[in-house]
Design a protein around this ligand. Structure first.
Ligand code: C5P
Length: 240
């Protein structure tokens, strides 16, 4: 595999073409951002942690029958992925109240929700990724009825697998954001990343935050807790 031209630079990743058709290379960056990029910093080591964590989670999901764009890790900070047409939606699933949900509904943080709550945000930096409903998704031509049903079904399946997976490593999955892409034959598959940048993860025993809220809320260094998440996932892999 040869790394070719840079196609796109995002907030957390750079995307490169490769010499293989329909295969891209994602390089995970050390940049950490919040408030849609208004707050940003370089944190040495973050890229390699999220690359490896995403690889392990996507591999675990594949073993449970959830397809994704992930192919394989090629270096500590790089992974090969299938090229898909990204659907401009941030799909959030919540098991416990936290973050914007607590603000929007005036509910305190840490309350277990009676069932997983699924939310759509329109991925658009200029508009600050607004909260939207199914009608908006359709009106914006982001997805049709059938695709909306498929996205929701997959998001809830992914949540069920991830809740159980994290429970095995003493982590409570509070909420997370995922993105989907469409393959050339129109199949919708999980894409982007799943890491402590995109999930809220609380230690079951100590209630310690093992995710980007440490950065968002100036509570401490993310590297030790991201390393802890990676180590627990590696142990799970060895023990299963
Ligand atoms: O901020 P909010 O409570 O809506 O975030 C819900 C979940 O989605 C959190 O796990 C957060 O890490 C993730 N998220 C993300 N990227 C965004 C917005 C939220 O990964 N742009």
């Amino acid at each position: 595999m040869e790394k070719k031209e840079l196609l796109y630079t995002g907030k957390a990743k750079k995307m490169y073409a490769t010499n293989q058709e329909k295969v891209l290379l994602a390089e995970y960056l050390n940049q950490v951002t919040s408030l849609n990029g208004a707050k940003k910093e370089n944190v040495e080591g973050k890229g390699e942690l999220n690359n490896q964590i995403t690889g392990l989670i996507f591999t675990y999901l594949a073993e449970k029958g959830v397809a994704s764009h992930y192919i394989q890790e090629v270096s500590k900070t790089e992974q090969l992925i299938r090229e898909v047409e990204m659907i401009p939606l941030e799909v959030v699933v919540r098991n416990t109240s936290a973050g914007s949900f607590t603000k929007r509904f005036g509910i305190e943080e840490g309350i277990d929700l009676p069932f997983p709550i699924l939310e759509f945000y329109y991925k658009n930096d200029k508009l600050d990724d607004p909260f939207i409903n199914d009608s908006h998704v359709k009106m914006l031509n982001v997805a049709n009825d059938e695709e909306i049903i498929e996205i929701k079904k997959q998001a809830l399946e992914i949540n069920a697998v991830l809740v159980e997976m994290f429970k095995k490593i003493a982590i409570r999955l509070i909420d997370f954001k995922i993105e989907f892409g469409k393959t050339a034959d129109g199949k919708i598959i999980l894409a982007d990343e799943i890491s402590p940048d995109t999930c809220r993860l609380w230690d079951i025993n100590t209630k310690e935050h093992l995710d980007k809220d440490l950065y968002r809320r100036d509570l401490g260094d993310i590297i030790p807790v991201y390393t802890e998440v990676l180590e627990r996932l590696n142990n799970l892999r060895i023990n299963e």
